[in-house]
Design a protein around this ligand. Sequence first.
Ligand code: IVH
Length: 709
Amino acid sequence: MYSSEQIQSLQQASALFLSKAKDPSGILTPGEIAELREVLRFHEYRYYVLSEPLVSDYEYDILYKILQRTELAYPELLTPDSPTQRVGSSLNQNFVTVQHLVPMLSLDNSYNAEDLTDFDRKARELSGMEEIEYCIEPKFDGASISLIYENDLLTRATTRGDGVEGEDITTNIKQIRSIPLNAAFSTYGITQIEIRGEIIMSKQSFEKYNTQLTAQGLSPLANPRNAASGSLRMKDPKEVAQRNLDAFLYHVSYFIKADNSKLLPAEPEPNSKLLQTHSGSLELLWNLGFRSPQKEKRVVKGIQPVIDYCLDFEAGRDNLPYEIDGMVVKVNDIILQEKLGMTSHHPRWAIAFKFKARQATTKLRAVEFQVGRTGAVTPVAKLDPVYLGGVTVSSISVHNEEYIREKDLKIGDSVLIERAGDVIPQIVKSLPELRDGSEAEILFPKECPVCKSELFKEDTEAVWRCINIECEAQVVEKMIHFVSKDAMDIKSFGEANVRKFYEMGLLKDIPGIYTLSFERIGEMEGFGKKSLDNLKAAIEASKQQPLHRLIYGLGIRFVGETTAKTLANSVEHILDFTKKTEEELLLLEDVGVKVAKSIHQFFQNEQNIQMLEELGKHGLQLRNEKKDAVAAGALTGQTFLFTGTLAKLKRSEAEAMAETQGGVIVSGVSAKLNYLVVGEDAGSKLEKAKKINTIKIISEDEFLQLISS
Ligand code: IVH
C-alpha cells in the first residue's frame, strides 16, 4: 500500500504538523489540508488495517484536531472523504431500503472431504477442464455488507437484507476505521465498483462488550456475529464507533471502467490483470488499503490441497483473534467463474466448507441461584455434562429472568449449547419439540437464597438483587474478591480459605483478614508451619499494595481495574472521596453517571468509612504513594513493556520496580511504548517493536542499570 519512501515522507510530514500544533490558534493553508488528510489516512491504515501504529493516540488526536479546525475556517475545502467526516451527526437515523445492484447470493455448503471432491468433480465436468485452480480463504462469521465506491469515494454501504434489497447503513459503516472512505480505484481505470465483505467483531472486543452488558445488568449476546450485525443497525453512529467493529473485504461483484463501461460478467481488460483472478482481486483490495484476506488466502491446483488447507485452518481456528465458521473455496479464474455461473441460490464456482459446529445438546437438570458480591442473583443452569470444543460443560449461567423467558427454558428440557471460539459456553435455545410434559417452570426466588431477605429489581435492570449488605453470600464473595490476584493479591489465601475461615467463625469481614488468629488456624487440619508462615507473609505484604489495588479490592459496583487506577491517581488519600460530589467524580476519565453514583454512594456509607479507617490502622496504604513517588521518579511517564522470560526478576517484580520510579506499564507494542525489556524467547512483541524505531529495546541487565541510575 505505501512504499518505504512514502512512509518516510508521511512520517516527516506528520512530525512537522505535530510541531505546528504547538501554536493552538494556528490553522493550515488550504494547500496543506490535503497533505494532512493523507497523513491521517496513513495513520488510520497503520492502526486499523495493519495494527502497527506509528504515532500515539494522543498525537493522532492532535493531528485530527488541526484538520478539524482548518476545515472550520475553510468550509469550502471540506471533502466527503476527509477523516473528520466519519463521525456521523444524524441521531436516530432511519435506514432506507435499497436495491442491490447485483443480488447478494448465499453459498452452497460442504461438510467434509467427499463434499469438496464432489464440488470439484462437477466444476471439472461443467468446464471440461482437467484441473482447476482454487483460492481458499476463511469464512468470516459476521454480517455481510456491500460497499460502493464511485470516483474513488465510498458512496453507499448496505446490509445484505434478503439478498435482493438491503438497508442503507452508510453512516454507520463510516465509523469503521479499517474501511477507507476513499480508495484509488481510478489508478486501475475503475470509476465505479461494488465490493462485498463481512463486518466482524473480534473475540476480544466481543468479550469486552459482553462484560459491559452484564455489568449494566443486561443480557450478554450469544456470539460475535450477533454483536456485529446488531451494531450495524444502531441508531446512533457514535455508538457504532465505540463497538470496535472490523471488516474483511473478499469479493468484487462488479466494476465499471472509464473507457467502455462494462458490468461483470466482463472480459477482463488486459491492463487489469489483477481482476482476472479472485486472488488478484484480493490483492488489488489489499493494495488499495482494504483489509482483505490477503495473508490468509491460499491459491492451489486441484482439490486435495484445498481439503488439506481447510482442515489445517480448522485445527487452528481457536488461535485466530476473530471467529470464522468455515472456509470458502473459490474457482480462481474469473472467466471460468462466469462460465460456471450461478443457480438462483448460489454460485457454482464457490462453496463454503463448514467447520464442525461446536454445539451439543444436553439436558437442563436444575437451576441454582448464586449471589454475587454486589448482591446480584444469577441463575445457573446445571446440565448433564457434555463435551464441547475441548472442555466438558456442566453448568452455564443463564443470566436473568428475561433471558430464561427469551430462550424458553424449562427444567428437564433438552437444550442446544454452543461455544464460540474461546468464548464461554451459552445456551442457544431449548428444544421444545422434545418435551414430554414432565418439564417444570424455572421459578425465580422472591427472597435471597442465602439470607432470605427480600429481593429487589430496578426498572432499568434485568437482575434481581439482595440489598442486605450483611448477607453472608455477599460478605464472603466480597472477601474472595478482596484477596484475589487482581485486587490485593494475598497469595495462598484464596476462595477456599475465605470460605473455610468464615465457616469456622474466624473471619467475618475484610478487616478481619488482618486480625486472623493464626494460633487457631494452626490447629486446623492441613495447616502446617510452612503454609501458615506463607499465609502470614502474604497478608503482611498486602499492606504495601498500592492504593489502586485496594480501591479495586473494595468491590465498588462498576469499578474495574482501570477505573480503580484513575480513581487512585485523582486523590492524595482514599478518604478524600468522602468529600467529592458526583459532579466532581464525573470529570474523571471513563467515569460516567452510573459509575459516579456508585462511587459516591460507597463513600457516603458510614460502615464503609469505618472499614477503611480500620484497614488504615492495620497499616494498609490509604495514601496515593505513587503521586509523591512519580514526582521524584527518574522514569516519570516513560512506558515499559516486558516480553519473554526474565532471568533475574519475576515479571511482576520488574513491573513494580519500573512503577516505583514513575514508569507506566503498557499492555501492547505501539508507538506509545518507550522501552521494551526483552527476556529469553521473546516472540511477536519483539518483532513488532523492531519496526517502530522510537522504541528502545533493552535487555534485563540494561533495565536494571536504568532503574539503579
Ligand atoms: S463469497 C457470490 N467469501 O458467507 C459469493 N462469503 O454463507 C459471495 N462469507 O453471504 C460470498 N466469508 O456473508 C464469501 N470469504 C468469504 C466469506 C463469505 C463469509 C459469508 C457471506 C455469505 C455467507 C454465505
